[in-house]
Design a protein around this ligand. Structure first.
Ligand code: LLP
Length: 417
């Protein structure tokens, strides 16, 4: 459920007409609904109320400070994958005791930053990383709390680029090696083994891969406990899918019920790292039609947003629903919604039946609140678009539109060239 709806012939985000934001801020822009973010977090949280758990929002999905702050106030933690994400999470006021840190390539500086910030745990992805964290913790005279990220070799049945829990993927430690690695980790002076982690992929629309992976983790934890390695946290990652088009993903409650069934009797605190299911349908990208043209084959609607603003369509062939901001009876035409970038892959919708938008019309690209702005770039020297947060009848510019000076700010021309 989200709070983008039509009223009086116009699309609103909560109680604010998108047309009003477009008139005042210009286009394109991302707009997020605070009520939707809150609702998604609360539904997920309530689904697990019968077991001890911590929810760590996957910052990579949406890392805007205001969004993180809003979630932090609801007692949400953060799943981070870089020093930059740690910096954002802390600045947004997220409790470091609810921060978990994954990623296959943590640098020494990043490890040091996380240790000094006293995060909940590192989710370790390799033997060498374990040794590096032990070494840095020793230098800082600290003990690093760690979980091993285990690769359970379960097929998440999602897009190959966002599958992470298969043997052929770079992530985690193969399940076969996990016991040996745990024993080694437990023997290290500056390491405290506290958890076990897995994350098998993103945009999962079936429950069974989650259940399969959780069973593998539960068996492993039982064996580890019998060997005297006490696992306090079972971090099951993120990955729950959302509805972009025809998908019928399980609800958080259905997901929770199945997971709770599998972990029953195990004395652990569950950790979850949802990203998309919290933020995806809480945001849209609003863009304006600059020009239209028609060829023998199709209609092109050329808009002011482009692949640098929303990469998902070209990167994964992702579908985003396209809705008119002004409700009406549009003729249906076949074609593409394309941006101004000089690449054939620059489209937001391709080979689809679309409303016959006209020059000047506003379009809402739906379900763009996760992996939308965070994956945007300055390609073609396009300033990144603003992010707007709506709360009831008010909107806030929570990231202003970049300027041309922002584009060249970090650059310099050598004087003696
Ligand atoms: N935890 C870890 C360790 C992850 O790698 C990810 C996502 C998540 C949690 C959150 O997954 P979620 O609940 O959002 O599915 N750019 C792609 C998605 C990449 C996901 C990468 N990892 C997209 O636009 O679909």
């Amino acid at each position: 459920m989200h709070h983008f709806h039509y009223k009086d012939g116009e699309m609103f985000c909560e109680e604010v007409p998108l047309k009003k934001i477009a008139a005042e801020v210009g286009t394109p822009f991302y707009v997020y609904s605070a009520a939707t973010l809150k609702r998604h977090f609360e539904v997920f949280d309530a689904s697990f109320e019968e077991v001890p758990h911590i929810i760590c929002f996957a910052v990579k999905a949406n890392s805007n400070l205001a969004v993180l702050n809003l979630l932090g106030k609801l007692s949400c933690g953060a799943d981070i994958v870089s020093g930059g994400e740690l910096y954002r999470a802390l600045k947004a006021g997220i409790d470091p005791k609810k921060i978990v840190y994954a990623g296959v390539g943590k640098t020494e500086e990043e490890i040091e930053f996380a240790l000094k910030s006293d995060i909940l745990m590192f989710n370790i992805e390799s033997f060498q990383e374990l040794e590096k964290i032990n070494e840095v913790a020793g230098r800082l005279k600290k003990k690093a709390r760690i979980a091993l990220r285990v690769n359970p070799n379960v097929d998440p049945k999602t897009h190959p680029y966002i599958s992470t829990g298969l043997k052929k993927n770079k992530f985690g430690i193969p399940i076969e090696n996990a016991y040996q690695e745990y024993e080694y980790a437990a023997s290290l002076d500056n390491i405290e083994v506290v958890g076990a982690h897995c994350h098998i992929g993103s945009q999962l629309t079936e429950i069974s891969p989650f259940v399969d992976a959780t069973k593998i983790m539960v068996d492993m934890i039982k064996t580890l406990k019998s060997k005297g390695i006490n696992i306090k946290y079972l971090d099951l990652g993120g990955g729950l899918g959302i509805k972009y088009n025809e998908e019928m993903p399980p609800s958080p409650k259905e997901y929770a019920d199945k997971i709770i069934d599998v972990i029953r009797g195990l004395d652990v605190t569950l950790v979850f790292e949802p990203g998309r299911v919290i933020a995806g349908n809480a945001g849209v990208l609003v863009t304006r039609v600059l020009y239209t043209k028609e060829t023998e084959l199709k209609h092109f609607k050329i808009v002011d947003a482009a692949m640098n603003d929303l990469m998902r369509p070209i990167l994964y062939g992702s579908f985003h629903d396209i809705k008119p901001v002004k409700e009406g009876h549009y003729k249906t035409v076949y074609g593409d919604i394309v941006g101004p970038i000089c690449e054939t892959g620059d489209f937001l919708a391709k080979d689809r039946n679309l409303p016959d938008f006209q020059q000047g019309d506003l379009i809402a690209v739906m379900s763009a609140g996760a992996y939308g702005f965070t994956m945007s770039s300055n390609y073609n020297s396009r300033p990144r678009v603003p992010e707007i947060l709506v709360n009831k009848d008010k909107y806030y510019i929570v990231r202003r539109r970049e300027t041309y000076d922002d584009l060249i700010g970090p650059e310099s021309i050598p004087e003696d060239l």
